[in-house]
Design a protein around this ligand. Structure first.
Ligand SMILES: [Zn+2]
Length: 152
């Protein structure tokens, strides 16, 4: 079952991000990687945001990450969400792609169980128009990370 109901807007790939969406259809999370400075960036752009090089490629990453931040919406922000109930929007910090963060949803978790630092792994969901989007599910095989800036 899809995390969000049918009728939600779907990604409209552009020249810059079409390879990202094509890789999603293959179940691969690929991130823009700069051949000049060796850093990752997202969202995909025509030039590296770190060094302005246009020598850019794509690199597949593990799909593991942690919840950097999130919010739970109780109000329908789109007509397709009327009657749907609460849903989350999260930012996931990828484990192996510099400081790349993806805006996504965390599936199969109750709103009260979401927290910053929650370890997650990518899962794939086919939505309207056959588009495949990366969402994330909690990982129970690794301990939660301490949120950045929080002292224990
Ligand atoms: Zn660069």
């Amino acid at each position: 079952m899809a995390y969000l109901p049918a009728g939600m807007p779907t990604p409209q790939p552009t020249r810059d991000d079409a390879p990202f969406w094509d890789a999603c259809k293959r179940g691969a999370l690929t991130i823009r990687h700069c051949d000049a400075c060796g850093r990752f960036s997202h969202p995909p752009m025509p030039a590296c945001p770190h060094c302005a090089s246009t020598q850019l490629g794509w690199q597949e990453v593990s799909g593991n990450g942690t919840v950097y931040t999130y919010t739970v919406s109780h109000h329908p922000t789109h007509s397709a969400l009327k009657g749907h109930g609460a849903y989350n929007v999260a930012v996931v910090l990828l484990d192996d792609a510099d400081d790349v963060r993806l805006v996504t949803n965390i599936v199969d978790v109750a709103p009260q169980d979401l927290r910053i630092g929650l370890p997650v792994r990518v899962v794939w969901e086919t939505v309207d128009d056959g588009c495949v989007v990366p969402r994330f599910r909690r990982r129970d095989d690794v301990p939660s990370a301490q949120p950045r800036g929080v002292q224990s």
